[in-house]
Design a protein around this ligand. Structure first.
Ligand SMILES: [Zn+2]
Length: 58
């Protein structure tokens, strides 16, 4: 198995981890049922998108 020749420095490890960030998703209110919903997504509560019923939850 090929192996790295040297251990990566702490600086290199830290530079790689600058991308390891979790962000809190933004929410938009559903105009129909006022529930929080992800923008540009179908509402998980009423199944509407752009004023139109897209998914029926039975
Ligand atoms: Zn809704």
């Amino acid at each position: 198995m090929p192996n790295p020749k040297r251990k990566h420095s702490r600086a290199r490890q830290a530079k790689r981890r600058t991308h390891d960030v979790l962000t809190v998703p933004t929410f938009a209110k559903c105009p129909r049922c006022n529930q929080p919903r992800l923008p540009h997504r179908i509402c998980g509560n009423c199944g509407y998108y752009d004023g139109r019923l897209v998914v029926k939850y039975s």
